[in-house]
Design a protein around this ligand. Structure first.
Ligand code: NDP
Length: 291
C-alpha cells in the first residue's frame, strides 16, 4: 500500500502534486482555502478535508504548497499541534532565512521538517524534466524518499534547513537573468520588424551554446583568480556591451533590463581589471566593495 499524503494548497502547483500522487495510487487528502479548487481532485479520488487540521490528521506526510510563507503561517499557525510526530514538507517558495525560521517553528510543534524547492512548472511534475531540492531532516527524507520521487527527481542537499531555498533562489536568479535577456532580445528584433517566432530558434541555439559558461566560470569564481584561461577579456566585453545599450537607445527601447550589468562591467574594467575575465564582476556584488 502506498503511504497516505496530505496536500495543503491547491493552486496550479499543489494541484499538480496531488494529481501525480493520486495517479501513483497514493491515498491523498487535500485542503484549499477556496474549497471549490479541490473539486476536480475529489472527482479523481482525493479526500476533501474541511479544515487544515483535519487534512493533517489524515497522513503522516503533509505537503504544503502555498503562495508564500505568510500564507503558510495563515494556514498552519492554528494547527501546529496536529503536526506532532508527522513529516511536514514545505514546498512553498521562500528565502533561506524563512526556511530556517520555519524549521524552528516546526520543531517547536514536534514535526519532522523538510524544506523543498520545486524546479519545474506544474505540467512537468512527475515527468523526467522535474527535479526537486530538499533540505532538513534526513530521517524524514529517507522515510518518504519513494513518495517524493513520484513528483520528480529528488536532490537531498543536507540537514541545514536553508539549503534547498538557497539553491532554489540561486537557480531562479540565473533563470530570471536569462528571461530578462530573452525579453530584451525579442524587443530588439521586433523593433526592426523581425517577429519573435522567427528569431526564437537562433536565440535558443545561442543560449544553449552559452549555457556551458557556468562550468567555465565556476573555477575562476571559486579560486578568486579571474586571470586564468581568459578567452574573452572584460575590456572587450565592456566595449561590446556598450553597443547593446546604444542599439536600444537608437531603437527607442528602454535599456533598463541590461543597463545595471553594463555599468558593473564598465566599473570593473575601469578599476584596472580589463585584461581579466568577466567573472571578476562578482567582486562588485559584495556590498561596500568599490571595485
Ligand atoms: P497559485 O497562485 O496557483 O496558488 C496559490 C495557492 O496559495 C492557492 O492554493 C491559494 O489559495 C493559496 N493561498 C494564497 N494566499 C493564501 C492565504 N493567505 N491563505 C491560504 N491560502 C493561500 O500558485 P502556485 O500553485 O503556482 O505556486 C505555489 C507555490 O509553488 C509558490 O510558492 C510557488 O513559488 C511555487 N512554485 C510554483 C511554480 C509554478 O510554475 N507554478 C514552480 C515552482 C514553484 P486560494 O486558491 O484560496 O487562492
Amino acid at each position: 500500500d502506498r503511504p497516505a499524503v496530505t496536500v495543503l494548497g491547491l493552486g496550479a502547483m499543489g494541484t499538480a502534486l496531488a494529481e501525480a500522487l493520486l495517479a501513483e495510487g497514493h491515498p491523498v487528502t487535500v485542503w484549499n482555502r477556496t474549497a471549490t479548487r479541490a473539486d476536480p481532485l475529489v472527482e479523481r479520488g482525493a479526500a476533501r478535508a474541511a479544515t487544515p487540521g483535519e487534512a493533517i490528521a489524515a497522513s503522516s506526510l503533509v505537503l504544503t504548497c502555498l503562495l508564500d510563507y505568510a500564507s503558510v503561517h495563515e494556514v498552519l499557525d492554528e494547527h501546529g499541534d496536529a503536526l506532532r510526530g508527522r513529516v511536514l514538507a514545505n514546498l512553498t517558495n521562500g528565502t533561506p532565512a524563512q526556511a530556517r525560521r520555519f524549521a524552528e517553528w516546526a520543531a517547536c510543534h514536534g514535526a519532522d521538517y523538510l524544506d523543498g524547492g520545486i524546479m519545474a512548472v506544474p505540467p512537468q511534475i512527475a515527468t523526467p524534466e522535474a527535479f526537486l531540492l530538499y533540505s532538513g531532516s534526513r530521517a524524514a527524507f529517507d522515510t518518504h524518499r519513494g513518495t517524493l520521487a513520484v513528483l520528480g527527481e529528488s536532490h537531498y542537499l543536507g540537514e541545514a534547513a536553508g539549503l534547498a531555498a538557497l539553491h532554489d533562489i540561486a537557480l531562479l536568479s540565473g533563470m530570471y537573468g536569462m528571461f530578462a535577456g530573452i525579453v530584451h532580445a525579442f524587443a530588439v528584433v521586433r523593433a526592426e520588424g523581425t517577429p519573435a517566432a522567427e528569431f526564437a530558434p537562433l536565440l535558443t541555439r545561442w543560449l544553449s551554446a552559452m549555457g556551458g559558461w557556468a562550468h567555465a566560470a565556476a573555477g575562476q569564481i571559486d579560486s578568486g583568480d579571474y586571470t586564468t584561461g581568459v578567452v574573452s577579456n572584460l575590456g572587450m566585453q565592456a566595449a561590446g556591451f556598450a553597443n547593446l545599450i546604444r542599439t536600444a537607445e537608437e531603437q527607442g527601447l528602454s535599456p533598463e533590463l541590461l543597463a545595471p550589468f553594463g555599468s558593473l562591467l564598465r566599473r570593473r574594467a575601469e578599476a584596472g581589471h580589463a585584461r581579466e575575465d568577466i567573472t571578476g564582476v562578482i567582486e562588485l556584488l559584495r556590498k561596500g566593495n568599490p571595485a
